[in-house]
Design a protein around this ligand. Structure first.
Ligand code: BGC
Length: 366
């Protein structure tokens, strides 16, 4: 029933948002809303694309979703293309939060309302609204999971982070640190791959600059190959007693699979525990197969619904409801935040299959 209401709501919103008759159209009959996502190369953003399309195309409306392919210049060109098509609301996930400020300013000058989607565009006042998951909780969930598996003292901890150009990477790491730091300070964990993190391990709360020092050393740049090479380099530079059982804080599913493969291939690793996020299909299979320990499920249907609801409200000339705000370095941006769910082998079927998020037929060994 809840699902049906959800679908009906989405269809209703779709009818109001997009052109091709019936809904809000611009003077030239173009799109009222444009969507820009960072890259097609990560399944995470294909999930968002799919959920946007499900919400909009089911009602027979065309949607233009552009991808920036990891390139801020292309992202800017995408924004300009949508502005010239007459959009009134832009929903955008920046490739690089600071670099996207100029594009947001341009949209703002053209009278377009800008909704930052999942990642916050920083250092500009031109952002009207932010839809996001509770990113601090994502990181805290990693810490809690790893801590729940640790026994005794001196457990080997390997830390990895997302891209420093992504504001979220800082919030995730901050969340993880909030749980892990006390367990590092009391000797439960021993950091094996970051002297920067070791140097700061006495501090319960880190400044953004301090977080940046650690992230700079353990960044995957959200890139699978970078993650794999970094993990291999880390494993090469430690002795056998830093291996055995490894606790790996990995920043998302794509990088987790790459890092897990590197640890799995090392003969001196007996067991590893590794985190993730996004519930990408390939990682759901890794969890079923015991190759990834957990993921954090961020229901993209909710984020899509929040973004479309805000867009519709802006098109009506009103201000969407916010549940809080995020400071982006230039202003407090009104925000709508969604909760996240920890998924392990124990609840993967209930949370992701039985709920209808993914069909069982996409997996083996369930
Ligand atoms: C998103 C994650 C994603 C990562 C890499 C972050 O901003 O919140 O869900 O895995 O970017 O694309």
């Amino acid at each position: 029933m809840k699902k049906l209401i959800h679908v009906l709501l989405m269809l209703l919103m779709a009818a109001s948002l997009f052109a091709n008759g019936g809904g809000e159209t611009t003077d030239d009959g173009g799109l009222s809303v444009g969507i820009i996502l960072p890259t097609k190369d990560e399944p995470r953003w294909i999930q968002d694309e799919t959920r946007f399309k499900d919400a909009l195309e089911a009602a027979g409306y065309s949607v233009e979703i552009l991808f920036s392919q990891g390139d801020s210049a292309r992202e800017r060109a995408n924004v300009e293309a949508l502005i010239s098509k007459g959009i009134e609301v832009l929903i955008i996930t920046p490739q690089d939060g600071a670099a996207a400020a100029a594009a947001a300013d341009e949209a703002n000058r053209a009278g377009v309302k800008v909704i930052s989607y999942d990642r916050l565009i920083t250092s500009t006042e031109s952002i009207d609204y932010y839809v996001t998951f509770d990113s601090f909780s994502v990181g805290a969930a990693w810490g809690q999971y790893l801590l729940s598996k640790a026994e005794g003292m001196g457990n080997n901890l390997y830390l990895y982070a997302g891209a420093a150009s992504d504001n979220n990477a800082f919030i995730f790491f901050d969340g993880a640190w909030s749980v892990l730091q006390p367990a590092i300070a009391d000797g439960t964990f021993v950091i094996q791959n970051s002297d920067q993190a070791i140097a700061l391990s006495g501090k319960a709360e880190l400044t953004r600059a301090e977080l940046g020092q650690i992230i700079g050393q353990v960044t995957t740049n959200w890139d699978f190959n970078t993650a794999k090479s970094l993990a291999e380099a880390n494993l090469t530079s430690v002795s056998a007693d830093a291996k055995g059982t490894a606790f790996i804080c990995a920043p998302n599913d794509g990088t987790a699979r790459a890092i897990a493969d590197a640890f799995g291939a090392d003969n001196e690793i007996d067991t590893y525990y590794i985190t993730g996020q996004d519930a990408e299909k390939a990682s759901v299979q890794y969890i079923i197969d015991g190759k990834q320990s957990m993921t954090v499920f961020k229901d993209t249907r909710t984020l899509v619904a929040d973004a479309l609801k805000a867009a519709l409200t802006f098109l009506e000339g009103k201000t969407p409801v916010a549940t809080g705000s995020y400071n982006n370095g230039a202003a407090d941006i009104p925000a709508m935040q969604s909760e996240v769910i920890t998924v392990t082998a124990d609840n993967v079927k209930a949370v992701l299959i039985d709920s209808g998020y993914y069909p069982a037929s996409d997996f083996t060994g369930l």
